[in-house]
Design a protein around this ligand. Structure first.
Ligand SMILES: NC(=O)c1ccc[n+]([C@@H]2O[C@H](COP(=O)([O-])OP(=O)(O)OC[C@H]3O[C@@H](n4cnc5c(N)ncnc54)[C@H](OP(=O)(O)O)[C@@H]3O)[C@@H](O)[C@H]2O)c1
Length: 251
């Protein structure tokens, strides 16, 4: 039987892995390898890039993959684009497990921006105390506004010097609570929050905290992706799998 490839790195991917393991379907979990100690999964797991579209095409064929579930982060656009291209080339069905984006509600003071450069531009020139909840890979552009103080939240301790001069880092792995994030924002006298519109419950805490404290949020829109099938819930992906011949054992 062919196997399912689950592209991970998110809470949703871990939930999907648990469902696949429970169903007894043959599946392989894939991590990019960005964090030092990725959460263990109840599926056979590989770590590291495939080598672009060509590498993924080779992998899909060599590993006898019959379906791909892209449960990467909504901002992991390169991997998602590669999956669309490689699945189109090999004829392997692809579905994305993707949470809905956050939408502003009463009390929110959000400014939507298209990308990191626009987020930097939306900040004051100086004097702001900014919670940069955007991971470690896209910090450097904020060096263009050196007059602000930056609080970072990172999964692993930084390996080298931070790319920002006036910055502090807290090391923590989600999910986070609104109470905890309120306390963090207050303790650091934060005036602005910069976040990616990732969606999901665990990462929403900072937005709830910002609302409670009346802080402005600069929210970066998701990158555009080629058209693909999308399910917002694990159950929807399971139905999609069944429609593609992957029926749980015992059913
Ligand atoms: N971007 C975010 O804000 C964010 C936030 C939370 C978690 N994550 C997770 O962190 C990982 C990397 O994110 P990113 O934004 O750096 O991705 P990206 O820019 O879309 O991907 C860059 C390259 O990393 C490799 N890669 C990414 N995800 C992979 C996976 N699940 N398995 C194997 N290789 C993978 C691929 O390398 P090759 O081209 O060599 O195949 C891909 O071309 C993803 O698993 C994502 O779910 C990202």
């Amino acid at each position: 039987m062919t196997r399912i490839l689950l592209l991970g790195g998110t809470t949703e991917a871990s939930r999907m892995a648990a469902a696949l393991a429970a169903s007894g379907l043959p599946a392989l979990f894939s991590y990019a390898g960005r964090t030092g100690a990725p959460a263990p999964q109840p599926l056979p797991t590989r770590i590291g890039g495939f080598g672009g579209v060509a590498g993924l095409v080779t992998f899909l064929r060599a590993e006898n993959i019959g379906a791909v579930i892209d449960a990467t982060h909504p901002f992991a656009a390169q991997m998602s684009r590669n999956a669309v291209a490689a699945c189109a080339e090999t004829g392997v069905p692809l579905v994305a497990l993707e949470r809905a984006p956050w939408r502003a509600g009463p009390g929110d003071r959000w400014t939507a921006v298209p990308d990191i450069a626009a987020a930097v531009a939306a900040l004051p020139e100086a004097g702001a105390r900014v919670f940069l909840a955007i991971g470690k890979q896209t910090l450097a552009p904020f060096a263009g506004k050196p007059g602000n103080h930056y609080l970072l939240r990172l999964v692993d301790p930084p390996e080298g010097p931070l790319p920002l001069t006036d910055a502090a880092a807290v090391i923590a792995r989600g999910p986070f609570s609104a109470e905890g994030d309120s306390a963090l924002l207050r303790a650091h006298d934060i005036t602005h929050v910069v976040a990616k519109n990732a969606g999901g419950a665990g990462a929403e805490a900072k937005l709830i905290a910002a609302r409670a404290l009346g802080l402005g949020v600069i929210l970066i829109d998701r990158p555009a992706l080629p058209p693909r099938e999308v399910c917002a819930e694990v159950a929807g992906v399971s139905e999609w799998l069944a429609a593609h011949g992957f029926t749980p054992r015992g059913v």
